[in-house]
Write a protein that binds this ligand. Structure first.
Ligand SMILES: [Zn+2]
Length: 227
């Protein structure tokens, strides 16, 4: 049996490759969902199709695949790449690898998702200012609560916010803003070690999920699985 595999690599971006004999043969049991490693591929010069020759796993995914919550998180991460890959591929690859390794090594799923999205926004070159409103350029005070500009996909001051008044999902309070600024300067592993209370973590996670869905144009199929 052959399988079609989707691979994301820093060199080639997203490619489809055929794994011949993925169930019986030398690749059997080697290729699993969310696996990271070195994939040796052959490109057919006529049909420009890739086939997988061998795989050297670097980070396995047994831990991810044994948990439904982690599988959903990893699927969501994969979908954001499929939807928005482009630009800083190596940085994006490094980020996904860190997120998958953290899930595999029992990292907190909520914190991994929060930081994956927050770092994704930075890698995509969309990091918003958290000191000034990007619409009217007013400097924020320490205690300000920020709203959101849904057309520009950025946090902004409450006056420029175009949220409905009762929509509290995209409100960034002062504590959340301090956390966002603090962790923006950290690497991924350090950032996911910053502890949050459970209600705070789930509120920030919902915000980040809405945020990336807004950047993606709203069409993320696996969003409801991680929300
Ligand atoms: Zn403003």
């Amino acid at each position: 049996m052959h399988r079609y595999i989707t691979i994301f690599s820093p060199e080639l971006g997203i490619i489809q490759a055929i794994a011949y004999g993925a169930r019986k043969g030398k690749l059997a049991g080697k290729i699993e969902q969310f696996l990271s490693g070195i994939f040796y591929v052959y490109e057919n010069p006529v049909r420009h199709e890739y086939s997988i020759v061998d795989v050297q796993p670097q980070c396995l995914s047994d831990g991810i695949r044994s948990s439904l919550e982690k599988t959903f998180a990893a699927s969501f991460i994969a979908e954001t790449i499929l939807k928005m890959e482009g630009g800083a591929r190596q940085d994006l690859y490094d980020l996904v690898l860190k997120a998958y390794s953290a899930l595999e090594k029992n990292g907190d799923v909520t914190l991994v998702l929060i930081q994956y999205i927050w770092k994704f926004i930075a890698v995509a070159g969309l990091m918003p200012s958290l000191t000034h409103c990007p619409v009217c350029d007013t400097a924020y005070h320490e205690r300000d609560t920020l709203g959101y500009h849904s057309a520009l996909h950025v946090p902004c001051c409450r006056r420029c916010s175009d949220l409905f008044e009762d929509d509290s999902r995209m409100i960034m309070g002062p504590g959340f803003r301090r956390y966002a600024v603090l962790t923006a300067a950290m690497d991924f592993d350090e950032a996911i070690s910053v502890e949050l209370s459970l209600p705070t973590a789930s509120r920030i996670k919902r915000y980040m999920l809405q945020y990336i869905a807004s950047i993606a144009g709203g069409e993320l199929k696996s969003l409801s699985m991680v929300m």
